[in-house]
Design a protein. Structure first.
Length: 380
């Protein structure tokens, strides 16, 4: 089978018109010509992109991975196809240790039932945070990081944890980072009141991601730098960005692009179950959250995740003329995958890799989604 398209994003460039070979659910070669007898699906006015990779997402459209986890993770994997996501990392929020363990257990067991967007692992966003920058996290469950937190998880369940976020100013951070690195868990820094020295030390030790950069940390301060400045100055550190237009002003994004290497910028949705729901008041892990005009805030005014999908974020940064399309696509595909060490399997159109890809029009509106070479979602 071949997919014919006006442009195909391949090895960092839009190439085409061309034919993309799909063979037994895997990507094959890209060709300029094929035989007349070959089976061809014609998308002559469309683009082929790698499926989107969302490495920070709590839920979507009423589905919360912290509740009824097995059912919701299976439903979420199908629902996210509607917004172009073919790989996602379910993101757990601060809660009791027992509940955190149960959610991880349930996601591990649910993996065999997932038929839509793929789930290579989970992200623990909590509970090792600073109360000052709690955001929409429930500080009732906050604690300092300790390695015995994982004592009731099996080796395979620990292996499911791809990323964990901590506030580096807390006690026992150094030992905890060592434990995570030993277990191949990527450490991110966020929801933190760390000063520059504390943050920079954690990055030097091996932490490598700034969690929703600019949010959940001190604001830029030329006299007393903190985590934000440490993210900026360390070129080897990835920076998560929420590009919905209100977590970060687009002109600040233009400045950040001048500071940060493009291959270290990761767009994330930070969607909760409220994304896709109408304005109103809702509950997230015991925290009251109100949606007004598509913006989620807690009762004390903190932002509570985003309602903007990853595909819309991609459109935003292109429409705002911050990134060209060729620059922007890796920020939602290959770079997120690389940031958590899953880039050998996800995020690019590469020969012999699972054929997970999306079809979009020239305005980046979603048309179709393919998983393992099969049509998994079609715009109605």
């Amino acid at each position: 089978m071949y997919i014919y398209a006006e442009k195909i994003f391949f090895q960092g460039k839009m190439v085409g018109p061309a034919y993309l070979e799909i063979n037994n659910g895997k990507f094959g070669k890209i060709k300029k010509e094929v035989c007349e007898d070959d089976y061809i699906i014609d998308y002559k006015d469309f683009y082929v992109l790698p499926g989107l990779v969302d490495t920070h997402i709590h839920g979507y459209n009423g589905l919360d991975i912290m509740d009824d986890t097995h059912t919701n993770i299976v439903l979420l994997s199908k629902k996210l196809l509607e917004v172009g996501v073919t790989t996602f990392i379910p993101t757990l929020m601060s809660t009791s240790k027992d509940k955190m363990e149960n959610v991880i257990h349930d996601i591990y067991k649910a993996k065999r039932d997932i038929k839509g967007a793929k789930v290579p692992g989970v992200f623990l966003e909590g509970p090792f945070f600073s109360e000052k920058y709690k955001g929409a996290q429930n500080n009732e469950y906050f604690n300092h990081p300790y390695t015995s937190y994982f004592e009731n998880l099996t080796k395979d369940e620990i292996g499911l944890i791809k990323k964990i976020a901590i506030a580096p100013e807390l006690k026992y951070t150094e030992a905890f980072i060592d434990y995570c690195l030993y277990n191949n868990i990527v450490v991110g820094l966020g929801h933190s009141d760390a000063n520059f020295i504390e943050a920079d030390k954690a990055f030097a030790q091996g932490a490598k991601i700034g969690i929703h950069t600019f949010n959940g940390m001190r604001k830029f301060n030329s006299k007393d730098p903190g985590l934000l400045e440490a993210i900026m100055i360390n070129d080897n550190v990835y920076a998560e960005l929420i590009c919905d237009g209100y977590h970060i002003h687009h002109n600040v994004l233009k400045l950040f692009k001048k500071i940060k290497p493009k291959d270290k910028i990761v767009l994330v949705s930070d969607n909760t179950k409220l994304a896709g729901l109408p304005d109103g008041t809702y509950d997230i892990e015991g925290i009251s959250v109100q949606i007004s005009g598509g913006i989620c805030r807690t009762s004390d005014g903190n932002l509570a995740g985003s309602t903007t999908t990853l595909l819309k974020s991609l459109k935003n940064i292109v429409e705002w003329k911050i990134f060209s399309l060729e620059e922007a696509i890796p920020l939602v595909t290959s770079i997120p995958a690389k940031s958590i060490n899953i880039d050998n399997f996800y995020g690019t159109i590469t020969e012999n890799r699972s054929a997970d890809f999306i079809i979009v029009d020239k305005q980046l509106n979603l048309e179709n989604v393919f998983i393992n070479g099969d049509l998994a979602y079609e715009k109605k």
